[in-house]
Design a protein around this ligand. Structure first.
Ligand code: CMX
Length: 435
C-alpha cells in the first residue's frame, strides 16, 4: 500500500476511535439551538456537519487544519524557484492533518502526474455539446463521462465490504484530481482557442501543468495558479459545493457523482459563478462610464444603480464571514507584487475602498466586505485570460482538493447517509398551536 494511504488509514482509525469515545461520553450534549427563522432562512448558523479539512471563523477567515492562508504560504512546500504553496501539499495537509515534507508533496505530485491520462470518450462527450455551452456545463459533463473509471462503483457492484469503502474512494479521488486539469484545459482550448489543444508536460506540477495546457507558459502565471488552487480549495463544510459533495457522497455515490453534483452548485451565481459576475459587472460599469479607470464617485453611482435594479453587487457579502476575506487579501498581495500598475486590478482595489460603506449603510447586509471572487478575475485578465465565463472552472478544479479530501474522510470515519428532517408550513402552524 502506498505510504500516504497507510498514513491516512492510521489517522482515520485513530480519529474514529476518538470520536466513538467522545460520543459515548458527550453524545447527548446540546451543540446549539435551532430557531424557526433559521429553518426558513437557509439554515444559517446551525451546526449540523463534521468537516475535518478546514474551519471558517467569521472574523478571521479560513484555516486549513489550523493553518491560515499566510501560514500556508510560509510553511507549505513550493515548486522549484517558486514562492507560492503547492496545492498538492495542501491536499496532503487536508488529508493527513499534518504539514507535508517536500518529499510528501512531491509524492502527491508524482501520483497525479502518473494518473493524469484522460480517456478519449470524455473528450467525445464534451465535443458533443454545442460550442456555446457554458464551460461549467462542459466541465460537469466531462467529470460525469469520467465516472466510467470509478473503482469504488466497480468494487461496490462486485460486493465491497463496508470496511473497505475508504480505500477505493481514496483511489478514485486521486485519479479524479489528477485528470481535472486536462479536462479544464481541454474545454478552454476547445471553446476559446479553436480546439488547438496542448499536450500535458509530464514534468510540471499539477497547477503548472494546468497553466501550460491552457496555453499560459509564464512562471508568474504558474505562481498565480498555485496560489489560486490553494486558496479556493476548501471553505469548511456548509458552503453549497462542499455540502452537496458530502450530501451526495453520503448515499455512497462515488467521487465522480458526488463531485459533479457539488460543482453544479459551484456554478450558481451566489456561489462560485460570482467570479465571472464580478468581471462582467466591472466591464459593464466601464462601458457605461466610458472609461477603464472609474473614479470613486462613478463606482459609487454604479453600485447604487445595481442595488436599485434589485441585483446584488457580486464579490461582496458572505453567509459566514464578517470581515474582508483573507483569500481576497492574499490575491491583493499577489497583485501588489506582480502587477501594481494594472488598471483593472487597481479598479478592484478602488471598488474595495468604495463599496463596503455603501453596503453597510443599507443596514440589512450582514457582511459588506469582499469575498474571494471580488479579486480573482482581475488577476487572470492581467495575463490575458479574459474569457470570464471560464473562471468558475478554475475554482472547480481547485475545490476538488478540499471536497474530495473530505469525502475520503467521510468514508474513513464511516459517516452515515445524511437525512435531516424537513417540515411543511402547515405542520409548523400545527406545532405552534400545540397540536
Ligand atoms: N449586494 C446586494 N445585496 C446583498 C449583497 C450584495 N453583495 N449581499 C447580501 N445582500 C442582501 C441579500 O440579498 C439579502 O437581501 P434580502 O433580505 O432583500 O433578501 C440581505 O442583503 C441579507 O443577506 P445576508 O444575510 O447579508 O447574506 P446571505 O447570507 O443571505 O447571502 C451571499 C450571502 C454571498 C449569497 C450574498 O452576500 C450575495 O449574494 N453576495 C453576492 C454574490 C457573491 O459574491 N457570492 C459569492 C460568495 C462567495 C462564494 O461562495 O464563492
Amino acid at each position: 500500500m502506498d505510504i500516504i494511504k497507510e498514513r491516512f488509514k492510521a489517522k482515520a482509525d485513530a480519529a474514529a476511535t476518538e470520536i466513538k469515545e467522545l460520543l459515548k461520553e458527550h453524545g447527548s450534549k446540546k451543540i446549539g439551538e435551532v430557531s424557526l427563522s433559521q429553518v426558513y432562512q437557509g439554515m444559517r448558523g446551525i451546526t449540523g456537519l463534521v468537516t475535518e479539512t478546514s474551519l471558517l471563523d467569521a472574523q478571521e477567515g479560513i484555516r486549513f487544519r489550523g493553518y491560515s492562508i499566510p501560514e500556508l504560504q510560509e510553511k507549505l512546500p513550493k515548486a522549484k524557484g517558486g514562492s507560492e504553496p503547492l496545492p498538492e501539499a495542501l491536499f496532503y495537509l487536508m488529508l493527513i492533518g499534518e504539514l507535508p515534507t517536500e518529499d510528501d508533496a512531491n509524492r502527491i505530485t508524482s501520483i497525479l502526474q502518473r494518473r493524469s491520462h484522460v480517456p478519449n470518450h470524455v473528450f467525445a462527450a464534451i465535443d458533443a455539446l454545442p460550442i456555446t455551452t457554458h464551460p461549467m456545463t462542459m466541465y460537469v459533463v466531462g467529470v460525469m463521462a469520467l465516472q466510467t473509471e470509478s473503482v469504488f462503483a466497480k468494487n461496490y457492484a462486485d460486493g465491497l465490504s463496508k470496511k473497505d469503502y475508504w480505500e477505493s474512494t481514496f483511489e478514485d479521488a486521486l485519479t479524479l484530481i489528477a485528470r481535472l486539469p486536462r479536462i479544464a484545459a481541454y474545454i478552454y482550448r476547445r471553446k476559446y482557442k479553436n480546439s488547438e489543444h496542448i499536450q500535458p508536460d509530464g514534468l510540471l506540477d499539477w497547477s503548472g501543468n494546468l497553466a501550460h495546457m491552457m496555453g499560459y507558459d509564464d512562471e508568474s502565471f504558474y505562481e498565480l495558479m498555485r496560489l489560486y488552487m490553494t486558496i479556493h480549495a476548501d471553505h469548511e463544510g456548509g458552503n453549497v459545493s462542499a455540502h452537496t459533495t458530502h450530501l451526495v457522497g453520503s448515499a455512497l455515490s462515488d467521487c465522480y457523482l458526488s463531485y459533479a453534483a457539488g460543482m453544479n452548485g459551484l456554478a450558481g451565481p451566489l456561489h462560485g459563478l460570482a467570479n465571472q459576475e464580478v468581471i462582467k459587472w466591472i466591464y459593464e460599469m466601464q462601458k457605461e462610464i466610458g472609461s477603464e479607470e472609474p473614479t470613486a464617485e462613478q463606482i459609487s453611482d454604479y453600485v447604487q444603480k445595481t442595488l436599485k435594479s434589485g441585483k446584488v453587487v457580486p464579490g461582496y457579502g458572505h453567509a459566514v464571514l464578517r470581515k474582508t476575506d483573507p483569500r481576497f487579501t492574499a490575491q491583493m498581495e499577489f497583485g501588489k507584487k506582480h502587477m501594481p500598475d494594472d488598471k483593472l486590478v487597481n479598479t478592484v482595489w478602488k471598488i474595495y475602498d468604495t463599496v463596503p460603506p455603501i453596503l453597510q449603510s443599507l443596514g440589512k447586509i450582514k457582511n459588506p466586505w469582499p469575498n474571494v471572487d471580488a479579486h480573482s478575475g482581475a488577476l487572470l485578465v492581467h495575463y490575458g485570460l479574459v474569457e470570464y465565463e471560464f473562471y468558475t472552472v478554475l475554482f472547480a478544479v481547485s475545490r476538488a482538493l478540499g471536497v474530495l479530501a473530505s469525502l475520503i474522510w467521510d468514508r474513513g470515519l464511516a459517516f452515515p447517509l445524511e437525512r435531516p428532517k424537513s417540515v411543511t408550513t402547515q405542520s409548523v402552524k400545527l406545532w405552534l398551536e400545540g397540536k
